[in-house]
Write a protein of this length. Structure first.
Length: 481
């Protein structure tokens, strides 16, 4: 801004003046200001003082000179010229809108979430297993590809629609299952589902959600069966698992996603260090956090009690202890059993290689969701992005193939489709938005990713998702190592 002066620059100017011609510099300033000979002489005398004095004097003189010049410029400008230069952006009175309007990618949403949310809760979302190698590798696997665009392809008209399990989606995205999202923001699963439905994409409710199967269905009203999916963990108590399957069917959930990579708990070091419990406990540490993040705790404590809604009334448990729900002896026979009980669409979710993918198809599943749980289970597990091409080759072109873990940009979605996936499933990307601004934050995440995906398609020189899938391997190449 005119009139603002860098003090360090003034120090440099002072030294330069002392070592060069102080008289010449002072004369130039005096002439610029229209000062007479006596003032010029006084400035020359002052510039010959000691170094520290010179610096102080020159700072003062430099400030005065800059302010004088600024006033001169402003005085000669016409009002209409100033109107062209000064553009005042309207300021929203809504704090959430102001916060989200400064977010231009998922990384921005993550930064805002980190500022607003207590560390144990943020780490629950952001953290992963053991050394967190897999979570970093998941993102790197998408970024390892480079685009080879088509030139002069005429991309003025763009079609981002796609088909997933017989349902038309306006963009190849889904919101994936996440446990206990009401701990992240009171809007929780209901807010995320409403954002998904506004964008025309499916929402997958987690077995470990803080909102029950029936409650979510009631909250979103007449959503089509293709819009609500349910994610199932096969529990030790098989009757409990069978009951969840029946409740999902009775409440109009059209697709069942069976997760197969949670036979034991992942070693999530951040959660262990933070001592995070479900529901959250008011320990000495969290009392300190109440003072640091009062808004979060007010929202949490003023809302309904938190629990694993589909197992309501259970004892307080740590994140690690939740694995006691699950059965380490689950086998392919359990998938057969679920298939026999579920009449709707059935997907298997996990880090499935080509052999396991073929086995799943033999058992009658309708699709696969390639996932390593966002790096939260087996650290160093292969990145799902690296499984897309070999699994697609193994199962053929018609089976529905989805991928999650590492999606942070619309360009990642384009890479996934070019490799052979039908759509990308979001996890942390929308949860950062939820923590940053509730339902509006999820909307913002979806808007950002959709916009990025559209522009990536156009810059690649393709006009439809079908064309992106068809030309996929012509459009991407591995980055040089």
């Amino acid at each position: 801004m005119l009139g603002e002066v860098d003090l360090q620059a003034a120090d440099v100017a002072a030294e330069a003046a002392a070592s060069a011609s102080a008289t010449a510099l002072a004369t130039a300033w005096a002439r610029d200001w229209g000062l007479g000979l006596p003032v010029t002489t006084a400035i020359v005398v002052m510039t010959r003082a000691g170094t520290s004095v010179r610096c102080l004097l020159f700072r003062s003189i430099y400030y005065t000179w800059a302010a004088f010049r600024a006033r001169s410029i402003v005085a000669t400008m016409k009002v209409r010229d100033m109107r062209k230069l000064v553009q005042l952006r309207p300021v929203s009175l809504n704090a959430t809108e102001r916060r989200l309007s400064s977010c231009f990618d998922i990384a921005d949403l993550r930064r805002v979430a980190k500022r607003r949310i207590p560390r144990p809760v943020f780490d629950y979302v952001d953290g992963a297993a053991d050394e967190e190698i897999a979570v970093k590798a998941n993102e790197a696997a998408f970024r390892a590809w480079r685009f080879q665009p088509r030139a002069l392809a005429g991309v003025g008209t763009l079609d981002t629609t796609t088909q997933v399990l017989g349902s038309a989606l306006p963009v190849p995205l889904l919101l994936g299952p996440a446990g206990y999202t009401r701990m992240m923001h009171p809007d929780g699963e209901i807010g995320a589902a409403r954002a998904a439905l506004r964008h025309g994409v499916p929402y997958i409710l987690s077995t470990m959600a803080a909102t029950g199967i029936e409650e979510l269905r009631g909250a979103v009203g007449g959503a089509s069966p293709g819009s609500l999916w349910f994610q199932l963990y096969v529990t030790r108590d098989r009757e409990q698992a069978h009951d969840l399957v029946k409740r999902a069917a009775d409440n109009g959930y059209g697709t069942l996603v069976v997760t197969v990579d949670t036979v034991v708990a992942g070693n999530r070091v951040r959660d262990l260090r933070n001592g995070l419990t479900i529901p959250p406990s008011l320990t000495l540490g969290t009392v300190v956090q109440v003072g640091a993040k009062p808004g979060y705790w007010w929202r949490l404590l003023s809302g309904p009690a938190l629990d694993y809604a589909n197992f309501a009334g259970g004892p307080r448990t740590t994140i690690r202890q939740t694995a006691e729900f699950f059965d380490p002896d689950v086998t392919w026979a359990d998938i057969e059993d679920v298939r026999s009980r579920w009449a709707g669409k059935l997907l298997i979710k996990g880090p499935l290689g080509p052999a396991d993918a073929r086995r799943a198809v033999e058992l009658g599943v309708d699709g696969l969701l390639l996932s390593n749980h966002g790096g939260r289970q087996l650290d160093r597990a292969v990145a799902p992005a690296d499984l897309i091409a070999p699994v697609r080759e193994a199962v053929g072109p018609s089976l529905t193939l989805l991928v999650d873990s590492g999606i942070r940009h619309g360009a990642d979605v384009a890479v996934a489709l070019a490799l052979g996936a039908d759509a990308a499933v979001l996890g942390r990307a929308y949860l950062y938005g939820l923590m940053a601004g509730g339902t509006a934050g999820v909307d913002r995440a979806l808007d950002l990713l959709t916009s990025q995906f559209r522009s990536t398609m156009q810059l690649l020189g393709v006009t439809s998702v079908a064309e992106l899938r068809k030309r996929g391997r012509e459009l991407i190449t591995r980055a040089a190592s």
